[in-house]
Design a protein around this ligand. Structure first.
Ligand SMILES: Nc1nc2c(ncn2[C@@H]2O[C@H](COP(=O)(O)OP(=O)(O)O)[C@@H](O)[C@H]2O)c(=O)[nH]1
Ligand SMILES: [Mg+2]
Length: 354
């Protein structure tokens, strides 16, 4: 309700340094509010800029501004780009009853699935995700909702609704990639695996433990879904501050991961390995199978929370295809079929991804 009744202030230019900042004042009181603080050319609806000064009551100063009054309800204010000036103008307008909203909130309010699908379409990273968005643009969700409404059997109805819920999760990643984090002990072979998955040497691989310190990432597609892989610093006790910072970043990456691939070196005794994180979205990856006579990963499995595990060799490539299949299966167990409804949620597509 608030959104509809108040005059809104929308920042059109991003925060940060800029010569000029632009603010949109939108709502039935826009012209009246501005008039209270304005001295300069007569404020009226006219298709040309008007020059004047904005009185910043709080700091007792006048700021030179240029405005464009498209209508009584819609005024663009252009001022000096400094954050202090923009904030002071905003605060003054807020004190007069306007409220500040983000450009996404303002421009996307009331956006339908069809509008959202169309807005996202140019950003679809693969043909498959573009096809899903096109299906939504063509009304897949409306059709599905109409069909569900007609179903009388409660169990079937619930199944169809659950499927929509499942697809809504997938819908969050039609543009924003899934985040897959490779983590584990130092020297387990995370960087080697990362490079093997991507098919080129993105991360430095070395026998010296603690080589990877920053989080290295690379985006690709798996079965048509966008996925960003993150190679992280290995977990081990260290006095080196830079490495400690790297390990802290690894922890943060794990916290934000859609899937954690925990890499274990099969040649190192289990007692010398760091504890596997107790999280749900985890895939255990036993590496260096080429160096061991027997695959003893089975013993490990019993002691971990994860049912899902895979044995590979980053060096020979053994098991890599299966690893990728496991990864995509964990992320999207049942991918949407052609023409299926995939609910889209505007909030899932933040500013950085578009
Ligand atoms: N034989 C063999 N060596 C591997 C394998 N994976 C990694 N290594 C070696 O293990 C060492 C540590 O690898 P690296 O990828 O840097 O480990 P990280 O610290 O986990 O990133 C390097 O000498 C790699 O060549 C593998 O599957 N087989
Ligand atoms: Mg590494």
């Amino acid at each position: 309700m608030i959104f509809n009744t108040f005059t809104k202030i929308i920042r059109l230019t991003p925060s940060g340094r800029g010569a000029v900042a632009s603010i949109l004042l939108h709502g039935s009181d826009a012209l009246d509010i501005l008039k209270r603080h304005w001295t300069g050319q007569e404020l009226r609806v006219i298709d040309q800029p008007l020059f004047g000064r904005f009185r910043l009551e709080m700091i007792g100063q006048n700021e030179e501004i240029v405005v464009h009054v498209s209508s009584r309800n819609e005024i663009e204010i252009h001022s000096h780009g400094g954050e202090m000036v923009v904030s002071a103008i905003e605060s003054t307008l807020i004190r007069d009853g306007a409220c500040s909203v983000s450009w996404q909130e303002f421009f996307c309010a009331g956006e339908t699935q069809r509008d959202l699908a169309l807005r996202l379409l140019p950003f679809a990273p693969t043909e498959y995700t573009a096809q899903i968005l096109l299906d939504q643009f063509n009304g897949a969700l409306n059709r599905e909702c109409a069909e569900i409404e007609k179903i009388e059997n409660e169990t079937v109805k619930r199944q169809r609704l659950n499927r929509l819920k499942e697809n809504a999760e997938t819908g969050k990643h039609l543009v924003n990639p899934f985040r897959v984090v490779l983590a584990g002990a130092s020297n387990a072979g995370k960087s080697s695996l990362f490079n093997a998955i991507l098919g080129f040497q993105r991360s430095i691989v070395n026998v010296i433990a603690g080589t990877t310190r920053d989080v290295v990432s690379y985006s690709t597609a798996l079965d048509g879904f966008p996925v960003t892989f993150y190679d992280t610093a290995g977990f081990r006790e260290t006095q080196i501050e830079l490495e400690q910072q790297g390990i802290e970043r690894s922890r943060q990456s794990i916290a934000n991961a859609d899937l954690l691939v925990w890499v274990v070196d099969l040649t190192v005794p289990e007692t010398e390995q760091p504890v596997v994180p107790n999280i749900e979205n985890l895939l255990l990856c036993f590496n260096k199978i080429d160096l061991t006579d027997s695959d003893n990963s089975g013993d490990w499995e019993k002691q971990t929370v994860s049912e899902k595990s895979i044995t590979v060799s980053a060096t020979t490539g053994q098991g890599l295809e299966t690893l990728l299949e496991h990864i995509i299966h964990c992320l999207v167990p049942n991918p949407p079929k052609p023409l299926e409804a995939v609910p889209l949620e505007a909030a899932a597509f933040n500013e950085t991804s578009l």
